[in-house]
Design a protein around this ligand. Structure first.
Ligand SMILES: Cc1cc2nc3c(=O)[nH]c(=O)nc-3n(C[C@H](O)[C@H](O)[C@H](O)COP(=O)(O)OP(=O)(O)OC[C@H]3O[C@@H](n4cnc5c(N)ncnc54)[C@H](O)[C@@H]3O)c2cc1C
Ligand SMILES: NC(=O)c1ccc[n+]([C@@H]2O[C@H](COP(=O)([O-])OP(=O)(O)OC[C@H]3O[C@@H](n4cnc5c(N)ncnc54)[C@H](OP(=O)(O)O)[C@@H]3O)[C@@H](O)[C@H]2O)c1
Length: 282
């Protein structure tokens, strides 16, 4: 698929040729994880600078030629030469019903204006940083986990990811395993690096080694007990939340119960929140 949005009279560019507009980027890899989840990589505009955790608008031309654009968290870290995205496939979704068919060499539209609240600068310094995600809400944390700056600022990072079924955890699981075995990070931080990146994947509708909603595992103290961490407290713990609206509201209440307050870029505090999607659910 090549975007038919050229501004000159030239014939549509064949795969892998230079994009015809500054906002078109070329797909370099696609991996399907389940029948409703896939990840893909695209070329990175030379001028694009972003903070790990931010999102951009990406899309494809619609049938009427008008672009269909949606917000997408950049899943790759800011040092990466390419950009990675982790996507849902919404049945009949205007964008993802098309986007799920992209292949290497195709082009997508990418508006190079990154924004977002899930950035390290929006949090006060602390000891531990919790990443709390459901479903594709993992994407901004896939970026932040791969950014050495995260480990410069915090002694420990805890990735809690919850999905309905075990196969929906695989993108995050593979990413964490690769990071823990990363030679560069081990060289930078020593053999104890694997102990600094803690992972707590749970399912809610299928048996797996760890079960339950993030909210329940936090309020019961189970996650801290299982990982050997002290109770969550406002002096040491910082958090970022990314999931459905209902999830975000419930986790926010749990964190506030532990004495943490919501912050923003303009006023760093103990936690920040961002929606993984708009709407009630598919
Ligand atoms: C700040 C922000 C960042 C986002 N980052 C990502 C991302 O990294 N990856 C990603 O897949 N989506 C992300 N989204 C959602 C994305 O913008 C689109 O909604 C999604 O790609 C579906 O597009 P669509 O046109 O096919 O369907 P839409 O018309 O956009 O959505 C239809 C319905 O599908 C449901 N839905 C949409 N996205 C999701 C999702 N990710 N998980 C579960 N249900 C969903 C909602 O109920 C929505 O009302 C993000 C949204 C926001 C606001
Ligand atoms: N995942 C699937 O297999 C699947 C398949 C087809 C369609 N869908 C539809 O796709 C939409 C999105 O599904 P999704 O699975 O990505 O997201 P989701 O419904 O938000 O669920 C993702 C995970 O978050 C948990 N969760 C949901 N609300 C929560 C809250 N308020 N507090 C704490 N944890 C919460 C869920 O636990 P619970 O299981 O306890 O709710 C689940 O483990 C839904 O409308 C769904 O009907 C999903």
């Amino acid at each position: 698929m090549t975007l038919d949005i050229a501004v000159n009279d030239a014939a549509p560019a064949p795969n892998r040729e230079k994009p015809t507009l500054p906002d078109a980027q070329t797909v370099t890899a696609v991996k399907h994880w389940t029948d409703r989840l896939f990840s893909f990589r695209v070329t990175r505009p030379a001028s694009l600078r972003f903070r790990s955790g931010e999102f951009v608008m990406i899309g494809l031309p619609g049938d009427n030629g008008k672009p269909i654009l949606r917000a997408y968290s950049i899943a790759s870290p800011n040092w990466d030469e390419e950009l990675e995205f982790y996507s849902i496939k919404v049945p009949h979704g205007p964008l993802t019903s098309k986007l799920q068919h992209i292949k290497e060499g195709d082009q997508i539209i990418l508006r190079p204006k990154p924004v977002g609240t899930l950035v390290l600068d929006a949090l006060l310094p602390g000891k531990r940083l919790w990443f709390l995600a459901t479903g594709t809400g993992l994407a901004p944390f896939a970026s932040l986990m791969r950014d050495p700056e995260t480990f410069e600022r915090y002694e420990q990072v805890i990735m809690m990811h919850t999905c309905r079924t075990a196969d929906e955890l695989n993108y995050g699981r593979e990413l964490v395993e690769n990071l823990r075995n990363d030679e560069l990070l081990t060289e930078l931080y020593g053999d104890s690096f694997a102990e600094r990146l803690l992972y707590y994947p749970t399912t809610t509708r299928e048996e797996s080694p760890l079960m339950g909603r993030i909210t329940d595992n936090m309020t019961s103290g189970k996650v801290c007990a299982d990982l050997g961490l002290p109770p969550i407290n406002a002096q040491e713990d910082r958090a970022m939340i990314c999931g459905s609206l209902a999830f975000n509201v419930d986790v926010k209440a749990v964190l506030e119960g532990f004495g943490l307050h919501e912050g923003a870029n303009s006023e760093p505090r103990e936690f920040v929140v961002e929606k993984a999607f708009v709407g009630e659910g598919i």
